[in-house]
Design a protein around this ligand. Structure first.
Ligand code: IMP
Length: 179
């Protein structure tokens, strides 16, 4: 284990099994339809790559990049679009794929923004949920794991752009981000 980690919270095997279940559930729910998964960069990249490989309905990708945290570990509440979708989504079945829902501010903004573009449907799939931190209500349709209020990294999630490549999800030692 990396010395900056306090512990591993979710192992590679647990991730693999749960993500396969999510993909199967999505495939059942959208049987006979096409979906467009909207990945939120950069954190959801690895989750999305694994998730879509267990989805069996026709699946298209697009990506958005938003800034919410800047370089720190706390939400600013300000959401800025750094990269928008490549194409219109009107009349399409959209699943937003996010790494983690914390305060809910980012997704609340994204849902309102994408809903205004008139998709046929809009659902949310997140790998992780920290329900105890919620500031605005967000309806999560697919959730990998609910986790306690700890700062986690790995499997796409970062602290200051570090640790995204770790294969499992770990809790970052407090001394790494509380200086
Ligand atoms: P929210 O707007 O507070 O829900 O924050 C969502 C975003 O904050 C996520 O997409 C992550 O980029 C980031 N975030 C929240 N909690 C964590 C964490 O524990 N580790 C890494 N990133 C986090």
């Amino acid at each position: 284990m990396h010395p900056d980690l306090e512990k591993v919270l979710i192992t590679e095997q647990e991730l693999e099994e749960r993500i396969k279940e999510l993909g199967e559930q999505i495939s059942r729910d959208y049987a006979g339809k096409e979906i467009l998964v909207v990945g939120i960069l950069k954190g959801a990249m690895i989750f999305l790559a694994d998730l879509v490989r267990s989805i069996t309905v026709p699946t298209y990708f697009d990506f958005m990049a938003v800034s919410s945290y800047g370089a720190g570990a706390r939400s600013s509440g300000v959401v800025r679009i750094l990269k928008d979708l490549d194409r219109p989504i009107e009349g399409r079945h959209i699943i937003i794929v996010e790494d983690i829902v914390d305060t809910g501010l980012t997704l609340n903004y994204l849902v309102q923004n994408l809903q205004a573009r008139n998709p046929a449907s809009l659902k949310i799939c997140t790998l992780l949920d920290k329900p105890s931190r919620r500031e605005v209500e967000v309806t999560i349709d697919y959730n990998g794991f609910s986790i306690p209020d700890e700062f986690v990294v790995g499997y796409g999630l970062d602290y200051n752009e570090r640790y995204r490549n770790f294969p499992s999800i770990g809790v970052l030692k407090r001394e790494v981000y509380v200086k």
